[in-house]
Each structure stands twice: as C-alpha cells, then as structure tokens.
Write a protein that binds this ligand. Structure first.
Ligand code: AN7
Length: 351
C-alpha cells in the first residue's frame, strides 16, 4: 500500500528510523496528458499536467508539510507556525492535527480563498488575520519563531523543500526521463527551488538524461523577480501568489540560470483565460494561481520560446475547489432556473 512520500522516497530524504512519519498519504499525484489543450492552443508538443490539487489538503504544500511536521515532531516541538496566502495554512493545520501539535497561522485579512480558510478552521488552527500582506506576515512569523518555542513551517524551513522535491522524482519516474520544459507558478519561489533540486538530484544519480528548462511564472502585479525589486503592494486575482518579496528569490534565479529557463509573468486576464480553458478542455479544475503555469505555456509559445515535439510538464499546484468565489465569478456560466415541470425544462434545454 502507498504510504506517503517519506516512505516512498526515504533514501533521498533527511529522515531516519527515529523520525515519526506524519503522513496523510500525500504525493503520488497523477500526471495527465493534455491532448485537447495542446490542440486548442496549436502547440505541437506533449503537454502533461501534474495535478497537485489531488493531494490530501488539495495542494502541493502537503509534500513539504509531511516533512516539516515530521521533523518538528522528531525535535520534540509542540507547535508550528506559518504565514500563508491559504494553502500553506491548510496543510500546516492538517499535519499538525495529525501530529497532535498546535498550529498558528497568519493570513492577510480578506485575501485568502474561502475553501482554504474553511480548512484551517476545521483542522483546528489558531488563525490570525493581519491587516497586511503575506510578505509582512512572513517577516512576523520568522521573528516569532526565533523568540518562542514554535517551529516555522514556511518554505524557508529546508525540510519543506526536501519534501516538495519529490514531485520531480515522480515526474521523472512517470515519463522515464525529465521533461524538456517545466512550467510552474512562482509566488514565494519555494516550489521552483524544490523541483529544481529534485531534478538535479535524479540527474546526478543518472535517473534522467538532462535537466528541464525551468519556466517560472509570477503574476504581473506581484512579479518581483521579473522586475528585479520587491513589490510593496502586490496585487493579483491569484491570491495564492500575491507575494511581493519571495523568500527563495535567489534560488529561483539559480534554477532559471542553470537550466537555461526563464522567469516571466502572466497577467490576471491570461490566468483567467487559462483557468477556464483548462477546466473546459481537459476537465481539470485548478485554482487561479495554479493556472499561471498553463498561461505561461501560452505566453512562452507566443514568444517563440518552445521548440516543437518537446515534452512539457505544467504543475497545477492547487485544487479549483479551494476558491469557489473565483470560479463562480469568472466562469460566465449561467444557472437557469425553471419550475419543476418537464416541458419547461425541455424548453430551457432548447430541444
Ligand atoms: C496554489 O500558501 O505561499 O512559489 O502561503 O498556493 O512555492 O510560493 C502558496 C503558494 C503556487 C506558489 N500555487 O508557490 C501559501 C503560499 C499555489 C499556491 C504557489 C502557491 P511558491
């Protein structure tokens, strides 16, 4: 039976027999071939979607959190803390619950999707909504974790990166080699760092023949790395990546440069277009921030950055159900109401 990514990839992770494995059987997510999407955008390549929204709390954060919380438990810690645009708080709260630990989460008041907030509440976290953004919340939790007996579980915790690198292992195993291009949303830049670490490690072990070009995409209103400066008031509809001072900035640039990839940005309109296209052509519902990877493919194609007959992987970082408000707002579908009468229903169906 599959028992989560620590048990699966134990030999590549900093764990020992003494590490209590706190797992919800995260990882092992499907890599789905997106032929309809490739056809629709007219790209003569194989596109694969890594559907991280199928993790236990609905995002890729579970990969990092199983490691971070297991190591915190091993160290005898009784509480974890994080700043979050939503998904990290959901994952921290769930794994803390499983570990019998307390979780404190700092969120930007009014800028976290409903599903994510409901998760942190249900898993029993202490939720503190600050009148400020993610970057300010991160500065505060770093300070708090220095001065109080509480483990920081944002991606500045290196165990988070260790857990998240397993996504690259799974991709290489599924494809039999690394892809040519790896498209990924960039917020705090932990995930692009983690994937590149995973690709580098399997390449060093000769489990792949090359490194993929790392193609990272920030939201236009939060594109600190692209613009080369901190954004003090980041804005985007993709609240998950509404981050103006990425903690893993330097590591993301390293991944970009060593892989001969790019870090670019996509607009909110491009994100929404990809969001709807993905759901309507592939039957895959991913949250807006996730769709920055797909929007990135479309942009890179337009810029002539993708060679033909190559293999692309897009990371779909979070589940669309996390953010029902955005789905209802942007889908443009209408709900047609009728009386409970057969003839009226048939009429509305336009038969
Ligand atoms: C769906 O939950 O930062 O570049 O606090 O939720 O590793 O930060 C979320 C980030 C992409 C960006 N897609 O990943 C948080 C948080 C989704 C996300 C990202 C996030 P990083």
């Amino acid at each position: 039976m599959y028992q989560g990514l620590i048990n699966k990839y134990r030999e590549f992770l900093p764990v020992s027999d003494k590490t209590p494995v706190i797992t919800l059987n995260e990882g092992n997510t499907p890599l789905i071939k997106a032929e309809n999407l490739a056809k629709k955008i007219g790209l003569n390549c194989e596109i694969y979607l890594k559907y991280e929204g199928l993790n236990p709390t609905g995002s890729f954060k579970d990969r990092g959190m199983t490691m971070a919380v297991s190591k915190a438990k091993e160290d005898g810690s009784q509480a974890v803390i994080c700043a979050s645009t939503g998904n990290t708080s959901a994952a921290a709260a769930a794994y803390a619950a499983k570990a019998g630990m307390r979780a404190y989460v700092l969120i930007p008041d009014g800028y976290i999707a409903l599903g994510k907030l409901s998760q942190a509440m249900m898993y029993g976290a202490e939720i503190i909504a600050i009148k400020g953004n993610f970057d300010e919340a991160l500065e505060m939790v770093i300070e708090i974790s220095k001065n109080y007996p509480i483990t920081l579980v944002n991606s500045v915790n290196p165990f988070r990166i260790e857990g998240q690198k397993t996504g690259a292992f799974e991709i290489i195993e599924a494809l039999g080699d690394a892809p040519d291009y790896h498209f990924i949303p960039v917020g705090n830049a932990g995930n692009i760092t983690a994937y590149f670490k995973g690709y580098e490690e399997f390449y060093a072990l000769k489990k792949s023949s090359h490194l993929p070009k790392m193609m990272g995409f920030e939201a236009e209103g939060a594109a600190a790395i692209v613009k080369g400066e901190r954004i003090y008031k980041p804005e985007t509809i993709a609240t998950a990546i509404r981050i103006g001072n990425p903690a893993s900035w330097k590591q993301a640039e390293r991944a970009r440069d060593l892989s001969k990839g790019i870090i670019n940005y996509v607009t909110d309109d491009e994100i929404i277009y990809a969001y709807k296209l993905l759901a309507s052509t592939e039957g895959i519902f991913a949250e807006p921030a996730s769709c920055a990877s797909v929007a990135g493919v479309i942009k890179a194609q337009k810029l002539g950055l993708i060679e033909e007959n190559k293999k692309l992987v897009c990371i779909l970082t979070g589940n669309g159900l996390k953010d029902p408000d955005s789905a209802i707002k942007y889908s443009q579908s209408e709900v047609k109401k009728t009386d409970a009468k057969l003839d009226e229903i048939i009429k509305v169906m336009k038969f």
